[in-house]
Design a protein around this ligand. Structure first.
Ligand code: COA
Ligand code: AMP
Length: 632
């Protein structure tokens, strides 16, 4: 048995012993009464019950106390604005303490929720850590989401305050945030009391007296606040993610278990030592940003990079190599789509040669399936291990990975390798029986889930059980389908629900359908995810118009596209829809989305036995030709 298998086996045989040992890396205010508390209702496990701690203290203050005050904590590199800035741990501590003081002066205390809607600037990290310092619960919303999505989150978690900026900056476009904030607060009135605004070049802000607070003035006036002890089981943050219906799910992350798992992962999975520079090229609005831009590297005493730019076009496809060389990044983590974008612009990787990357050790990819082409290209051009690893917002850290800090296993293209210690991953059939090796089934994780994984959904215990736990009793349903090979390597093949993955962003086609269905001329609709060489998948809509509609199809499609952009946001990347006469359905009325995907992707498909009218598939194929899909 290799080291990895040995450790994995030990973690499942004695989870309490395993995680109690890992927990020694965290500074606790009060130790736990029980490592794993399963005394609550069935399926509601809690890690480190009875313990008290503070995540901000562990991520910031203790490093200053232990001599890392002058070390860079955050390096902000923004090719989109031409700015660069380094914050040492001591500077970060000062800013976070002040920001916590500013929040407190504006009525935020332990347990209160705060929404953070910010671009990739260091103040976003400061705001998150300041909430953690006070024991307030942050909920970061990605800047590519529109007012409506923001309003849904405001209604669900009822934040006392929002921290925002005047704008985000996209290539060639300033994204003004005030219309989004004001729009959201009009849709969800009477909840948010204060809006703290970071003013940055690019857009103005019309300050609302009594509501709006200037970040700079608030910070200058604030008295620094100390870390407030919280229960290990108290929530640190809520992160909304696409669910199987239009309503996003509020994934809850606790303080204690989260710190233990993330700190452990930095050495054991990513093989990073304190003091080294780690870069997750994502956004703080996603789970990758929460875990691997902010919390894990800082809990570990490493240096993290906040990159405000794109892999291409800011200014070119060499920017990743420039950042790696300039800041001595040893390991990069991003989504395969970023590498597909780079490969498209610079197919020979010739820009890599312009930079000294001799210190660079590994590339980690996640967020979507890593296609073998991208894997091989990256391995060949970078000459370092390229590790595909699989996880979800719900877990907060990798479920399946090649754990470089334990033992580097051979890489198999298309597989994120083996389950990480703590996770008992099994492939199940519909009757909840384990499938033989090599056969596809539902990828499931035997309960209890390890530390950091969600204990429940925000204010929605029943939805937590219904969405994840009832289909396979005793297991957590990941929503992904795949198989395990003879060597225990996992292959993640597809989702079992309506979720699609666009440029590494998780989106619900059901949410898009709800919006399209609200168009006055649309009788019926469907949205599917079709293969895209750059973004992995793209959403594609089908609209059946109401009888008697005599406007042009083009006009209606344009309106539909605009509606999705306005309601969900540009991140939905919804640009194409086809007007069709009818949708293919089963005799019981279920839309045959999977067959439509196969036709759009020009893949072989079997005529579904239950189809009501096979002729409709030909009509669909014709309509798909017209919008550039289903090549003959
Ligand atoms: N604020 C406002 N709008 C945003 C945004 C933000 N923070 N992020 C993206 N958008 C907009 C984009 O400008 C684009 O708008 P457009 O329709 O007007 O062009 C739209 O949302 C779609 O964005 P995206 O799908 O990201 O496409 P892109 O063309 O801007 O960039 C990639 C494509 C591949 C370069 C980019 O997605 C990328 O770097 N992805 C990999 C890293 C990553 O973020 N992974 C996520 C989890 S690890
Ligand atoms: P998110 O919660 O946004 O991180 O998205 C999680 C989902 O993205 C997973 O359930 C998978 O469907 C997909 N995903 C993430 N990483 C991988 C990977 N390495 N391989 C295949 N799919 C992945």
């Amino acid at each position: 048995m290799g080291l990895m298998d040995e450790l994995h086996e030990r973690s499942l045989r004695d989870p309490e012993g395993f995680w109690a040992e890992a927990a020694k890396e965290i500074d606790w205010v009060k130790p736990w009464d029980k490592v794993l508390d399963d005394s609550r209702a069935p399926n509601f496990y809690r890690w480190f019950a009875g313990a008290e701690c503070n995540t901000c203290y562990n991520a910031v203050d203790r490093h200053v106390e232990n001599g890392r005050g002058e070390q860079a904590a955050i390096i902000y590199d923004s090719p989109i604005t031409g700015k660069k800035r380094t914050l040492t741990y001591a500077e970060l501590q000062d800013k976070v303490a002040r920001c916590a003081g500013m929040l407190r002066a504006n009525g935020v205390g332990k347990g209160d929720r705060v929404i953070i809607y910010m671009p990739m600037v260091p103040q976003a990290a400061v705001a998150m850590l300041a909430c953690a310092r006070l024991g307030a619960v942050h909920s970061v919303v990605f800047g590519g989401f529109a007012a409506n999505e923001l309003a849904t989150r405001v209604k669900d978690c009822s934040p006392k305050a929002i921290i925002t900026a005047t704008c985000g900056i996209e290539p060639g476009r300033i994204v003004a945030y005030q219309p989004m904030i004001d729009g959201a607060l009009d849709l969800a009135p009477g909840i948010v009391q204060k809006v703290i605004v970071l003013k940055r070049e690019g857009a103005d802000w019309d300050m609302r007296p009594g509501r709006d607070v200037d970040w700079k003035e608030g910070m200058e006036a604030a008295a620094p606040a100390e870390c407030v002890p919280v229960a290990a089981t108290d929530p640190l943050y809520i992160l909304y993610t696409s669910g199987t219906t239009g309503e996003p799910k509020g994934v809850v992350r606790d303080n204690g278990g989260h710190m233990v798992a993330l700190k452990w992962s930095m050495k054991n999975i990513y093989n990073i030592d304190p003091g080294e520079v780690f870069w997750a090229a994502s956004d703080v609005g996603w789970v990758v940003g929460h875990s691997y831009i902010i919390y894990a590297p800082l809990l570990h005493g490493a240096t993290t990079i906040m990159f405000e730019g794109k892999p291409v076009g800011t200014p070119d496809a060499g920017v990743f190599w420039r950042v790696i060389a300039e800041h001595k990044v040893v390991t990069l983590f991003t989504a395969p789509t970023a590498f597909r974008a780079i490969k498209k612009e610079d197919p020979n990787g010739s820009l890599i040669g312009d930079y000294d990357m001799s210190h660079f050790r590994a590339l980690f990819l996640a967020g979507e399936r890593c296609d073998p082409d991208t894997l091989h290209w990256s391995e060949e051009k970078l000459s370092v291990p390229v590790v595909d690893h699989w996880w979800q917002t719900e877990t907060g850290w990798p479920i399946v990975a090649n754990c470089l800090g334990i033992e580097q296993l051979p890489i198999k293209a298309g597989s994120p390798t083996k389950p990480v210690p703590g996770y008992d991953v099994q492939i199940l059939d519909e009757g909840c029986h384990e499938m033989p090796r090599g056969e596809m089934g539902a990828i499931s994780i035997k309960l209890p889930l390890p530390p950091s994984c969600l204990p429940t959904l925000w204010n929605a215990d029943k939805r937590w059980v219904d969405s994840y736990l009832v289909d396979y009793p005793g297991y957590y349903k990941t929503g992904d389908a795949g198989y395990m090979d003879e060597d225990g390597y996992l292959f993640v093949m597809s989702r079992t629900d309506d979720i699609i993955n666009v440029a590494g962003h998780r989106l619900s086609t059901g949410a898009m359908e709800e919006i399209l269905a609200s168009h006055p001329d649309v009788a019926e609709c469907a949205v599917i995810g079709v293969a895209d060489p750059l973004k992995g998948q793209l959403p594609l809509g089908f609209l059946v118009l109401k009888a008697g509609v005599d406007r042009s199809d083009d006009e209606i499609v344009k309106e539909a596209v605009r509606m999705v952009r306005e309601k969900i946001g540009p991140v939905a990347a919804f640009k194409t829809a086809a007007v069709v006469k009818r949708l293919p359905k089963t005799r019981s009325g279920k839309i045959l989305r999977a067959t439509m995907v196969k036709i759009a992707d020009s893949e072989e498909y079997k005529m579904p036995a239950t189809i009501d009218d096979p002729a409709i598939l030909d009509e669909i194929e014709e309509s798909l030709h017209e919008v550039g899909y289903a090549s003959k």
